[in-house]
Structure formats: structure tokens, C-alpha cells
Ligand binder design. Structure first.
Ligand code: ZN
Length: 139
């Protein structure tokens, strides 16, 4: 398994419309994409910071993982997950993690935002952090 960089940091927000102006007007970042990922029941907004992105996530349904995260967090957003860019692909990394006894949320890669292959490791094996393995977009 080889990680090249932190691909993105996923931040749950109650509303993209309220969060985007903070990132643009206060932090001076530019939102370059807004995308709905229907099977995750989220809308995402992306900003670049070097080669790492900030991924803002808004739930589009009460039963989305993002809406549940915000409900648990007293109605506030916060850092929900982070993603490593995998130099040798997500499928290889998943297989290696599973062989070493790591519990997986996704047994196989699936398509995430920006059409990249992604998969989540299970927090019970990662000391609590929700870690996403992401296809390296530079590859
Ligand atoms: Zn993500």
C-alpha cells in the first residue's frame, strides 16, 4: 500500500449554501465543483488547497450518513472523514488492508465524487477515524 498524499478532507455541513461563502469569502478559496452523489445521498462542494481538496458534504436525505453525523453532533457540521490518495489503486490497497485484518465498510471500490474509485475502512479498525482510500487523480 502506498499513499501519495491526502486527497481530501471531508467536512459535513448543514447547508452548502451557508458554508461555501465562508470558504470563499473568509478563507479565499474558490469552489470549483458542486456535485450530487445520489447513492451516498449527499451534495458535495470542492475547493483546492495545494493538491489536497476540501470536500464539503451536505446530506440530501435524513438517512444519509452526513445527516446522521450532523444530528449526532448537535446540528453542527465538522470533520467527518479524510481520504488518502492511493498510488497503486484502491482495489490493491483494500485487499492488502483486509489481508492484514482491517475491517472494511466497502469490500470493493465504488465510484465517489469526481468519478474516482473510493472505499472506506471501518472505524472500528482505525482507532475511530473514518478513513477513505481514494484513487490518485494524478495517476
Ligand atoms: Zn470523501
Amino acid at each position: 500500500m502506498k499513499i501519495s498524499h491526502i486527497e481530501h478532507i471531508g467536512i459535513a455541513v448543514p447547508s452548502l449554501d451557508e458554508a461555501i461563502p465562508f470558504y470563499e469569502n473568509i478563507l479565499g478559496l474558490k469552489c470549483f465543483a458542486i456535485e450530487e452523489v445520489a447513492d451516498q445521498k449527499v451534495r458535495t462542494a470542492f475547493f483546492k488547497v495545494g493538491q489536497t481538496k476540501i470536500e464539503l458534504l451536505e446530506g440530501t436525505s435524513e438517512d444519509s450518513a452526513i445527516s446522521k453525523f450532523i444530528a449526532k453532533n448537535g446540528g453542527r457540521g465538522g470533520i467527518q472523514h479524510f481520504a488518502f490518495a492511493m498510488e497503486d489503486g484502491v482495489a490493491n490497497a483494500l485487499g492488502e488492508a483486509e489481508a492484514k485484518g482491517c475491517a472494511l465498510i466497502d469490500k470493493a471500490p465504488r465510484k465517489g465524487a469526481e468519478g474516482l474509485n473510493i472505499a472506506f475502512l471501518h472505524p472500528k479498525s482505525t482507532c475511530g477515524a473514518l478513513i477513505e482510500l481514494c484513487e490518485d487523480p494524478n495517476k
